[in-house]
Write a protein that binds this ligand. Sequence first.
Ligand SMILES: [Mg+2]
Length: 230
Amino acid sequence: MDWLCFGFLFTTGNCRFNFKNPFSNCWQSDHFVDFIFRNEQRINALNFANDDGTTNKVIIMTRTYRNITKTKQCERFYNLSPRICIYDLDGTVINSSHRATHDENGNIDLSDWKAKSTKDLIFQDSLMPLYCQLQEDYKNGDMIIICTARELSKWDYEFIHFYNIYYDRIISRPKGNDTSDSILKKSQLRYLFNLPQYRNILKVFYDDNPSNLSAIGSLGATVVDARRYA
Ligand SMILES: [Mg+2]
């Protein structure tokens, strides 16, 4: 009924009113769509006005929430106060120990790792207990960030999607980069602790590497040693 009233008001307000077909101008001029569009704009304007991310807490949460809704991979609670949960893959969510070699500091031997990143070997990996926590957090509407020191290949993504390792964002090692894991992850995750839309949100970091835990812990995250759950 509201729409009918709108159509009537719009068409009667037009000086070239077509009495034979009162709704013709409404549809021809596409003002119906424009009306909906402007209405949506008004809603957005209310939600994101003064969107400089510095003062309005509601706006900051809305932006985070809006980012999360872009990546719905399963039924998910619309959590308006999401946490940010950052998960490592190897030794945390995925058991890939059969193809990994590490140095004494727990950093991965990159050249050996790349040589063993074939489809056959990747699909011999298995899931670890924290995988259930990741799924639980995702369904609870928390923002899930996978942060891995792997250089991800097509088969890595295939494994992640095949086993429903849900995520909102994946951060991985850039191609050709051989920075040590903790320095790399610290620089890649720093934006979460600096940008206004994220910095006041609780961040939980799951990893099995002590250097990574202390690096991200020093940024201000709550760290969870994944070796306790292995
Ligand atoms: Mg690891």
